[in-house]
Design a protein around this ligand. Sequence first.
Ligand code: ADP
Ligand code: MG
Length: 386
Amino acid sequence: MNTPLGTPELRSRFEEVFGAAPDGVWQAPGRVNLIGEHTDYNEGFVLPFAIDRAARVAVRLRPDSTLRMLSTFGNQGMTTADAAALDPATARGWTKYPLGVLWALEQRGLAVPGLDLLLDSDVPRGAGLSSSHAIECAIILAVNELTGAGLSEQDMVLATQRAENDFVGAPTGIMDQSASLRGAAGRAVFLDCRDQSVRLVPFDAEAAGLVLLVIDTKVSHSHAGGGYAARRASCELGADVLGVRALRDVGVGDLEEAAGLLDAETFRRVRHVVTENERVLQAVELLESTGPQATGPLLDASHASMRDDFEISCPELNLAVDTARAGGAIGARMTGGGFGGSAIALTPAGAEQRVRTDVVRAFERAGYAAPDIFRVRPAAGALRLA
Ligand code: ADP
Ligand code: MG
């Protein structure tokens, strides 16, 4: 992980690179999904939160249509492009995220300006914490303010989705950017993916003597893409056979009847989505009435459902979850799309060290690559820093 630059350092780096001060600095966080997996495209519920790791962009409007983009990560050098000729077919590397946002805004009819842009991010890449949406949200906030486009949060959610779906080519929903744009310190974002309404729910693990650990397994199994598409297809089939618009409309009480109508595999896929929606609602209720310490069993049940019914876990994730729990975590689950990526473990502060050590040792014994383990806390959503 790279240590993030402070705002003054980012500004002075920008000046060194581009020869003038930026017009401003914006930041947007990554996110962790506390619970509610594969429910988004079934028009269901999710409960992510914005984390204390973010993408920051220093940006200056240019008088022409030139785009100059540089990241502090890696040594890929400066990328240049033309805002008047944005094209999904030619965009390469990380700049497809900023270019995708500009393209989506152009599709909405906005006159897209030329920009100088310096990115610095401490959201781990490809760990399922949505480093890509962090970049997109920081940029859309910057462009919205600098051009006076007057986009609402909702407009920004939809434009970043368009950027990911139609420019980057990733079939993502609205969860990640909703958490990044609308999150708040000590809060989780309860999002209804049908009407896209949001309610902030108290989630202050540390005040309850808990820490939320992310265990990045560093693995990404090759069938991830195909597996995701197959799960979506199963959900569509299930909704079709059951005669509903989306699995959101199936309740836990309907499952018995559904078992008689669906083939065994489709039924298990449906049961995951239906029970997962119910778990999100229960988690929200418990967070509002009791506190984070009450949610452990729901996290455990969510993992079991993804492992056994949705079948999107993998040996590394199962080992991380089981070991964290045995070491004292009060609840743990894989998070994200599955077939690799990260697990989360809600852990009493006093057990943190043991969980870390046990997981590292268990991975070593199993012959797996060393995992990355770090704390996250619910933090502010996207904002202007300078
Ligand atoms: P996730 O969003 O889960 O982290 P993605 O594959 O959607 O995974 O996005 C990861 C990509 O985002 C990286 O491959 C890279 O192109 C880009 N990215 C993330 N952070 C940075 C950064 N600091 N500098 C340059 N590119 C970055
Ligand atoms: Mg992403």
